[in-house]
Write a protein that binds this ligand. Structure first.
Ligand code: LRH
Ligand code: MN
Length: 385
C-alpha cells in the first residue's frame, strides 16, 4: 500500500475503549486512587470521549455490567451520543458474586447456573436498550485442585448455558467468547484457550465468535498464529488489546511488546481482518499512570502497529516466501516494522482536522485539571471487587 491507501485504511480503523480503564484499578496488593477519577458511567463516557476527541479513532466504549449499571441505558446511550461516541460491547460479569465461588455457568448447582444465565440474558436486554451488537462473555470459571469437580460435566454445563443465551440473541447481535489460560483459577479454567472457545462457537453458529485477549496466553504463545487461524475460519470476533511482561498484566497495548502487536496486525491485514467486522478493543488497567493519557497512548500504539503492518510490501514478501528466501522474507517484514510511521499518522490527523500529537493536545487542554477540581466527593469508580 502507498501512503494514501494506508491513510484510507487507518481512517476506517476504530478502536473501542473500555469504560473500566477510567476507573480505579490495581492488584490484590493495592488499588491506588487518582484525582478526577469518574464516579459513575456518565463520567466514564465523558473521559472516553476525550480519547476520541484527540485521536479520532475511538468512537465506541465498552460497558461492563454491573460496574456500569444505570437506571436508564437509553439515557446513557443518549449521553454517549451527545459526547460524540457510542456504546459498544456489553461485558457480562459472573466473577464477582459470592455465589460464584465454585463457578457460574459451570457451577455444580443448577440454581447458581440459573442465576448466571439470567445475568447473561439481562445483558442482552441491555444491548437492546443501548443498540449494542456484541455480548462479550468471559468466565472466571475453573478449579484450583485436581478432582475438585468434573472437567467434562463442566463443559456440558457451559454448552447448555451458551445455547440458551445464543437462542436469545437478536438477528444483528453476536456473542463473543473470551478465553484465558489461568486466573483466578489456578488448576483448570473452563475456557482456557482458543481451541476450546473455537469449538464452542463452531457448535453454536455464525453469531458466536472468539475474543483474543493478548494477555490471556501462556508465555511464548504465538498469538498471531491464532489470529491467522481464527480469521481463516471466520471465527475472529474481537480483540482485547493490552500488553504484558508476565501474566494478565493489562498494560498499555504495545508497551511491553510492540513487535508482537505489529505481527498480530500484520496477520489481521493479511487475513482481511480490517474489514471483516472484527471489533478492535482495548482491555487495560492504568493502575499507576494517568488513565486518559494512557488510553490515548494505547490507541496511538495500535494505529502505529497497523500502519506498519499496512506498509508491508506484500508482493516482495510473497515472492521471497515462494522462493524460500528466508532472510529476504524476514527482511521485508522488518523493513515495515522499522519504518517510522509517526509522521504519516500526524499528517493523517491534520487531514482529519485533529492535532498531529493527540497526547500533547490533551495535556494542553486542561481537561485533567478540570475533572480533578470538579470530581470531589462521591465514590470513585472501580472494579468493586
Ligand atoms: C478478564 C478480562 C475480561 C474482562 C475483564 C475486565 O481478565 O480480560 O475481558 O471482563 O478482563
Ligand atoms: Mn479481556
Amino acid at each position: 500500500m502507498d501512503a494514501p491507501q494506508v491513510k484510507a485504511a487507518l481512517r476506517r480503523l476504530s478502536i473501542e475503549v473500555p469504560s473500566w480503564a477510567y476507573g480505579n484499578s490495581g492488584t490484590r496488593f493495592k488499588v491506588f486512587g487518582q484525582a478526577g477519577v469518574p464516579r459513575d458511567p456518565f463520567e466514564k463516557l465523558a473521559d472516553a470521549a476525550e480519547v476520541h476527541r484527540y485521536t479520532g479513532a475511538a468512537a465506541t466504549v465498552s460497558l461492563h455490567i454491573p460496574w456500569d449499571k444505570v437506571d436508564s441505558y437509553a439515557e446513557l446511550a443518549a449521553h454517549a451520543e451527545n459526547l460524540g461516541v457510542a456504546i459498544g460491547v456489553i461485558n457480562s460479569n459472573t466473577f464477582q458474586d459470592d455465589d460464584y465461588m465454585l463457578g457460574s455457568v459451570c457451577h455444580p448447582q443448577a440454581a447458581v447456573r440459573r442465576k448466571a444465565v439470567d445475568h447473561l440474558l439481562e445483558c442482552v436486554d441491555i444491548m437492546d436498550a443501548t443498540g449494542s451488537s456484541d455480548l462479550k462473555l468471559w468466565f472466571a470459571d475453573g478449579l484450583n485442585y485436581p478432582g475438585q469437580d468434573d472437567l467434562r460435566a463442566r463443559q456440558d454445563r457451559l454448552a447448555e448455558a451458551l445455547d440458551e443465551v445464543y437462542a436469545r440473541l437478536g438477528a444483528d447481535q453476536r456473542m463473543i467468547l473470551e478465553y484465558k489460560f489461568f486466573e483466578p483459577a489456578f488448576y483448570a479454567t473452563d475456557v482456557p484457550d482458543w481451541g476450546t472457545a473455537y469449538a464452542h462457537t463452531l457448535r453454536l453458529g455464525d453469531k458466536a465468535k472468539v475474543v483474543v485477549d493478548t494477555g490471556h496466553h501462556a508465555p511464548g504463545t504465538n498469538i498471531e498464529f491464532i489470529v491467522a487461524f481464527l480469521l481463516r475460519e471466520g471465527k475472529l470476533g474481537a480483540f482485547d488489546f493490552n500488553s504484558r511482561f508476565y501474566a494478565d498484566d493489562d498494560l498499555i497495548a504495545g508497551a511491553a511488546d510492540p513487535f508482537q502487536l505489529f505481527r498480530i496486525m500484520h496477520e489481521v491485514a493479511r487475513g482481511g481482518g480490517l474489514d471483516a467486522g472484527v471489533n478492535f478493543m482495548l482491555d487495560q488497567c492504568h493502575n499507576i499512570e494517568p488513565k486518559i493519557p494512557g488510553q490515548i497512548r494505547s490507541v496511538m500504539n495500535v494505529q502505529e502497529a497497523t500502519a506498519k503492518a499496512l506498509l508491508v510490501d506484500t508482493d516482495a514478501l510473497g515472492k521471497a516466501q515462494a522462493d524460500g528466501d528466508v532472510l529476504g522474507a524476514n527482511a521485508v517484514l522488518m523493513d515495515a516494522y522499522n519504518t517510522d510511521v509517526r509522521p504519516l499518522l500526524a499528517e493523517l490527523r491534520e487531514e482529519q482536522g485533529l492535532a498531529p500529537d493527540p497526547m500533547r493536545a490533551f495535556n494542553a487542554s486542561g481537561y485533567a485539571e478540570k475533572i480533578a477540581a470538579e470530581r470531589v466527593g462521591g465514590a470513585q469508580a472501580g472494579w468493586g471487587a
